[in-house]
Design a protein around this ligand. Structure first.
Ligand SMILES: [Zn+2]
Length: 749
């Protein structure tokens, strides 16, 4: 039934393709080819995605912070330098060329630029009018700032504001019979002289302070230390009297005295005598190199035992018992003396020789110097011409006047004395709360890598290692700010004893100085209301506290270039991460290791491990001690006074790098690149480590820093640390024996 069947006619059964027009056929072939090409492309993309675990891997991070970071990193680098030749010059060369030292300071560093930015933000909040319902503590902060900025009043009151202070001390001999002078030798009492000035937080001859007892943290105790010197370093006092610095120092005192009416010639003779006395005192202080063994700085005596160990003098009217008693009797404290009260003498050699040295000088000079200690610190609070005198002296000392805009000085004053109220304003406006969790998470990871590193160390015996691990687990942390500052009542209560006048700045300063001392002494026997963590939240710095076994990162430093939540982690770990590791390692550096997990001075190391530690630390002393600073005519770094910081730098970078690699392993792939930069994330980690330290400074600043600073200059903090680190050389493929990859490497943690 073919015919009856429905079906295609023969024509209909013709091959389908041949039935198309030529154009149709060409188009069909093309379509087929395109479909195949697309399929192939999809296969490739799927393959790469599966292989790398992420489908956006080739896209650069396009968040605003990544773009900013890329620009900053690129601007900082000097691409003409080989990173293996000198990594500091490579990472900071561009930055150093792009910046100049402002005329009002002697150095500029990447962290000081962040500090400046924070100051601008603080200025803005402090200059806002006091609003209706503003809490008292914040009103006090704004009033303190306002009084400091009130230069009209400052000019109007002139030097008269300082006269009551001079009268209270008993007169400044250098002023002769002028107001503020009228000193009478017959009334001389060394005990009263020192205590009257100690009361204002200034420290002629003896520096008393109250702090946790290093061996019994349940209590606070009175410490007595040498007061340091006005010129920052003992070597300064070796210079001849006609050197520019000595002349500038004497001139400063003479100019101040003349402003108060002194006779110029007499003032000059007095200042020369002051300098002689101070030189003698400086020579009996224990040098910084010998102040690293904390056991030697902990010398406990009862008040009764002091006279048996330290010279007293009838001639000068000075007994140790009398001194301590008078100190505890100042207004607002008024404690009775307990013979069994303990005192810790920090610089024992100094305290033994203090009175014999003073006995070689006339009472006039002894008084002149004591008053000069407090007047020298108050110059900056007197009318602006006094600040100019100070500037002229500082220019000779540091190479620049250091006299910054008045508002910057006033912001600093508020941060120093009312840091919590101003900090509250700062964090409310400018702090990203997410940073707390971010930093906490990073600290966990870095502590984990510290503990892993501990388990790999072969120089430490098992027992000591276990205690070290426990100490690491006990490290507490403070991030951003103390929550109580957001509680109106608690913040007001913290400052209930502080009274601030809206206009009288000099009086405000004297009040605050006095209050600091009273509160300090009161804590010997009473519990004042204190917040658990009182570092100003706006501070651009990080800390480790040995007695608290605590690391601290205030809100001020949790910002670019150290940290941003949108940064690739390579930058965060290279930035704030290396600081977290640095602070953790301070608990285990040459000084921090002397404290146990509770923060008490107590030997928890086996003898063998201590010996090994000391062996290994010699490597660092030699490595850093051989660096000579091109910025200071080749002057060498002091490998001993910088030892603790160098150990912390070295430990910190390795811990943070390991934590970063763990993060990448968990993530399963490298992070997205920064836009426009052909730099790997491992390299970025090390570049940010260097760039947060870029510094330029006047030669004199370098010299002073090299003499006294606990940190090595930035260039060596960077090169010294990275020379010791094989993972750095791998990241930049530095050949063996290149400057950055020497064969001999130092390692502790
Ligand atoms: Zn440090």
């Amino acid at each position: 039934m073919e015919s009856g069947e429905k079906g295609d006619s023969p024509r209909n059964r013709e091959p389908w393709f041949r039935g198309r027009t030529r154009t149709e056929r060409i188009l069909l072939v093309l379509a087929l080819v395109l479909i195949l090409l697309c399929a192939a492309l999809i296969c490739v993309v799927v393959y790469i995605s599966v292989k790398l675990g992420s489908s956006d891997n080739f896209q650069a991070c396009d968040k605003l912070e990544c773009i900013r970071a890329a620009a900053r990193v690129a601007d900082g680098i000097d691409f003409s330098v080989d990173p293996c030749d000198n990594f500091y010059e490579y990472a900071c060369g561009g930055w150093m060329k792009n910046h100049v030292i402002p005329s009002d300071r002697s150095f500029l560093a990447s962290f000081s630029i962040l500090r400046d930015t924070v100051q601008v933000k603080l200025k803005q909040v402090l200059e806002e009018d006091i609003s209706e319902g503003e809490i008292e503590a914040i009103v006090k902060a704004k009033n303190l700032y306002g009084s400091c900025m009130n230069t009209t009043n400052l000019k109007a009151v002139g030097i008269s504001v300082a006269l009551p202070l001079l009268r209270e001390i008993g007169g400044w001999p250098i002023l002769g019979t002028n107001e503020g002078g009228n000193w009478r030798e017959g009334d001389f009492s060394l005990t009263s002289l020192i205590v009257t000035i100690n009361k204002y937080s200034n420290v002629p001859y003896i520096y008393p302070y109250v702090y946790l007892d290093s061996k019994d943290k349940k209590r606070r105790v009175l410490y007595l230390d040498n007061p340091g010197s006005i010129l920052p370093e003992r070597k300064h006092y070796d210079q001849p009297r006609d050197s520019p610095l000595m002349k500038a120092y004497v001139d400063l005192g003479v100019k101040v005295a003349i402003e108060f009416g002194a006779d110029e010639e007499q003032a000059r003779r007095d200042m020369e005598d002051i300098l002689d006395l101070e030189t003698n005192l400086v020579n009996i202080t224990t040098p910084l190199e010998d102040r690293r063994d904390n056991e030697k700085l902990y010398n406990k005596f009862t008040v009764g035992e002091m006279k048996l160990n330290f010279t007293e003098s009838k001639e000068l009217d000075f007994t140790w018992r009398g001194y301590i008693q008078q100190l505890l009797q100042i207004d607002g404290v008024e404690f009775d003396l307990d013979e069994n009260q303990t005192v810790i003498v920090v610089d024992i050699q100094y305290m033994k020789r203090l009175i014999p040295v003073l006995l070689q000088f006339p009472k006039r000079t002894i008084t002149n110097y004591a008053v000069w200690r407090i007047m020298n610190n108050r110059i900056k609070d007197l009318p602006d011409r006094f600040r100019q005198y100070l500037g002229e002296y500082l220019k000779v000392l540091y190479g620049s006047s250091h006299i910054r805009s008045r508002w910057r000085k006033c912001v600093d004053v508020v941060v120093n004395y009312l840091g919590l109220p101003i900090g509250r304003l700062f964090v409310q406006r400018h702090f990203d709360e997410e940073a707390k969790a971010g930093i906490s998470d990073m600290s966990d990871n870095i502590l984990d890598s510290f503990r892993t590193i501990l388990s790999e160390l072969d120089w430490m015996d098992k027992d000591t290692r276990e205690v070290a691990e426990e100490k690491a687990l006990f490290i507490k942390r403070k991030i951003g700010y103390e929550d109580s500052i957001l509680d109106d009542d608690l913040l007001n209560r913290r400052y209930e004893n502080v009274t601030i006048h809206p206009v009288n700045y000099f009086e405000n300063m004297l009040f605050l100085l006095k209050r600091t001392v009273i509160d300090d002494l009161l804590e010997l026997r009473t519990n004042l209301y204190r917040m658990e963590w009182e570092v100003a939240p706006s501070t651009v710095n990080a800390y480790y506290s040995p007695p608290q076994n605590r690391i601290m990162f205030p809100a001020g430093i949790l910002q670019p270039p150290y940290y941003h939540k949108d940064y690739p982690r390579s930058l965060n770990y290279g930035g704030i991460g290396t600081l977290i590791g640095h602070e953790i390692t301070h608990g285990f550096d040459d000084r921090g290791r002397q404290y146990n997990k509770e923060g008490e001075l107590h030997e928890w190391w086996s003898k063998r491990s201590v010996d090994k530690f000391k062996d290994l630390q010699t490597c660092f002393i030699n490595q850093y001690g051989n660096f000579s600073s091109p910025e200071a005519d080749g002057m060498k770094v002091n490998g001993i006074i910088t030892l603790g910081e160098n150990i912390a730098d070295n430990g910190g970078v390795l811990q943070s790098y390991r934590a970063y690699r763990n993060f990448v392993s968990k993530r399963g792939s490298e992070e997205n690149p920064l836009p426009g930069l052909n730099i790997t994330h491992d390299q970025l980690f090390f570049i940010n480590f260097a760039q947060i330290r870029c510094t330029i400074a006047e030669k004199k600043n370098f010299v002073n820093h090299l003499m006294t600073g606990p940190h090595s200059p930035s260039r060596f903090r960077v090169t010294g640390t990275l020379q010791n680190l094989p993972v750095f050389s791998e990241a930049f493929q530095c050949p063996k024996d290149s400057y950055m990859n020497p064969r001999h490497k130092c390692r502790l943690w």
